[in-house]
Ligand binder design. Structure first.
Ligand code: HBI
Ligand code: FE
Length: 276
């Protein structure tokens, strides 16, 4: 059954994926036969460049789990990753044609299924792509699904997303996802490290997030996150820092119904650090 593609915001670009492949839950088989040698080479080059930047910048749990993705010289078969992932945390990855609407996205997470886009960027987009592709989804997101506490947090987030949808609060909860799952930092004994997939899949953002003096790095504060706008087309100006995945789980576990109500009465905040 064909479903509607998803485009975020007002966009002139046609949606990238082929949504005629997707079922009612927006999943489809991984179209492995359509990958060209050039596609596999793109994955290999992205993987090599990013892996070299991880020491001293990515959190320990991510570095420890990265080899669980398996082959790095070509795009992996998702089925093969699933054998290890399911054993580790009872999560599995499913294939999607690209961005999917919020309700099916949250439903998959609530059922411990992480949607991974199967197509890969073109060589001319090597350094930057707006939409998630297989490199962002797999390399950025999947390693931490091997961490038991982070894995449980992702499922709880999916359940919270379904609830937020019923309350008209998806935009507020999306900010939480943005500033944690996509762009979160964690404090280790040896300094700030990245755990967010948007950081870990981008060479420029990874160096910016850890070493630049420009952005502010604030302790994770749920209300503040929900009030803070974000930009999708530049490096972040604000990062929120956790001390452990248990902190992330605990701070996102409560029923946010009263938080949404309060935040809706408060002004939005800019991500830009206040002028000194
Ligand atoms: N779809 N494939 C895919 N990947 C995402 O990360 C994603 C999505 N749809 C919705 C969505 N993210 C957002 O609602 C998040 O901000 C929660
Ligand atoms: Fe992502």
């Amino acid at each position: 059954m064909a479903v509607e593609p998803v485009v975020y915001g007002a966009s002139e670009r046609p949606p990238r994926g082929d949504y005629s492949r997707a079922g009612a839950d927006y999943t489809c088989p991984q179209d492995y036969a359509s990958y060209t040698p050039a596609d596999h080479a793109t994955y290999r080059r992205l993987y090599e460049r990013q892996a070299a930047l991880l020491p001293g910048r990515a959190c320990d749990a991510f570095i420890a789990a990265l080899p669980s993705l398996g082959v790095k010289d070509r795009i992996p078969h998702f089925d093969e990753i699933n054998q290890r992932l399911y054993q580790a945390t009872r999560w599995e990855i499913v294939t999607v044609p690209g961005l999917i609407p919020e309700v099916p996205f949250f439903s998959l997470l609530a059922n411990r299924k992480f949607p991974v886009t199967d197509w890969i960027r073109k060589p001319e987009e090597f350094d930057y792509i707006v939409e998630p592709d297989v490199f962002h989804d797999l390399f950025g997101h999947v390693p931490l699904l091997f961490d038991p506490v982070f894995a449980d947090h992702m499922q709880a987030y999916g359940k919270g997303g379904l609830k937020a949808h019923g309350l008209g609060a998806c935009e507020l909860l999306s900010r939480l996802y943005w500033y944690t799952v996509e762009f979160g930092l964690i404090r280790q004994k040896d300094g700030f490290r990245a755990y967010g997939a948007g950081i870990l899949s981008s060479p420029g953002e990874l160096q910016h997030a850890i070493a630049s003096p420009e952005p502010q790095r604030l302790p994770l504060d749920i209300e503040r996150v929900m009030r803070t706008r974000y930009k999708i087309d530049s490096y972040q100006q604000t990062y929120f820092v956790i001390d452990s995945f248990q902190e992330l789980f605990d701070k996102t576990a409560p029923d946010f119904t009263p938080v949404y109500a309060r935040v809706k009465t408060l002004d939005e905040l800019s991500a830009a650090p206040a002028a000194a």
